[in-house]
Write a protein that binds this ligand. Structure first.
Ligand code: NDP
Length: 264
């Protein structure tokens, strides 16, 4: 069964690395034209070279764009519209988590985290909405975390901001049904990607290998599948939700956490 994405136009924020890049690759492999953004120019160029080395005929566009900068995002949307002539799929993936508990989260950190989780979605949704309304099967899919339902004390600000994003996603799904735009999200557990590589580089026991370190985390956290996810695993869930295959699904979530979800 195909995802029915041939010739469709897709946008992935934060597509230069990790889950975003795996999603870009899957969309391209399925025949979609894909635009993606990130802040770091070099990472963006490398990601484009990587995709074109595998899919030389792909129609792609990359843009240096901070999703928290409204003008950047508007410019990105205008470029995509000009280049692709329309947009069918928006995947809001850009971001990162903040490790801190109540006592060491400063007021400014709360504000930054809330800004990141809200506006990394609000700015792209606003900028791409007019184009999505013109599509016959528009979709918005937000990358969210299981923290939205299952908060962790050592990620207190991220957990509460994630809960807000889940709530917001649901509201958008209801409001945008009138335009035939579906809005869904995935809830991640822990997925191997640049965030985890950065934490690995700062590990207390520098003798530990990546596999040992990752395996210990999975064990300590009690992940039933005893491993972290691979970026292509959430990518597949994202592409499914974004595709016409999920045509009767909106306001919904897919859990991609290896069974880490402890509630019914
Ligand atoms: P990576 O760090 O590998 O990728 C993040 C991507 O987002 C990069 O392309 C980065 O590029 C881009 N990005 C970050 N901030 C911005 C910004 N302000 N504007 C534009 N682009 C931005 O992380 P992951 O693949 O792990 O994470 C993807 C998403 O999944 C994130 O939202 C993350 O919070 C979420 N998530 C990940 C989990 C995990 O275990 N990996 C768990 C739960 C949620 P650049 O830095 O150049 O801007």
């Amino acid at each position: 069964m195909s995802f029915q994405l041939n010739g469709k136009n897709a946008v992935v924020t934060g597509g230069s690395s990790g889950i975003g890049l795996a999603t870009v690759e899957l969309l391209v492999a399925e025949g979609a034209n894909v635009a993606w953004c990130g802040r770091n120019e070099q990472r963006l160029t490398e990601s484009k070279e990587f995709i074109l080395s595998r899919y030389p005929n792909a129609k792609v566009l990359t843009a240096t764009c901070n999703v928290l900068d409204k003008q950047d995002v508007i410019q990105f949307a205008n470029n995509v519209e000009k280049e692709f002539g329309g947009i069918d799929i928006l995947i809001n993936n850009a971001g990162q988590g903040r490790v801190s508990n109540f006592e060491n989260t400063a007021d400014e950190d709360w504000l930054k985290e809330i800004e990141l989780k809200y506006f990394s979605v609000l700015h792209p949704v606003k900028a791409f909405l007019p184009a999505l309304k013109q599509s016959n099967f528009g979709s918005i899919t937000n990358v969210n975390s299981l923290l939205a339902l299952q908060p962790e004390p050592h990620m207190i600000a991220t957990s509460s901001a994630r809960a807000a994003l889940l709530n917001l996603t649901h509201s958008l799904a209801h409001e945008f049904s009138q335009y035939n735009i579906r809005v869904n999200s995935i809830l991640l557990g822990m997925v191997e990607s640049a965030q985890w590589k950065r934490r690995f580089a700062e590990r207390s026991d520098q003798d530990q290998s990546w596999e040992e370190w990752i395996g210990n985390i999975a064990k300590k956290r009690g992940i039933p599948m005893a491993r972290l996810g691979k970026p292509e695993e959430p990518a597949r869930a994202l592409v499914f939700l974004a595709s016409p295959l999920a045509s009767y699904t909106t306001g919904s979530t897919i859990d991609v956490s290896g069974g880490f979800n402890k509630h019914l």
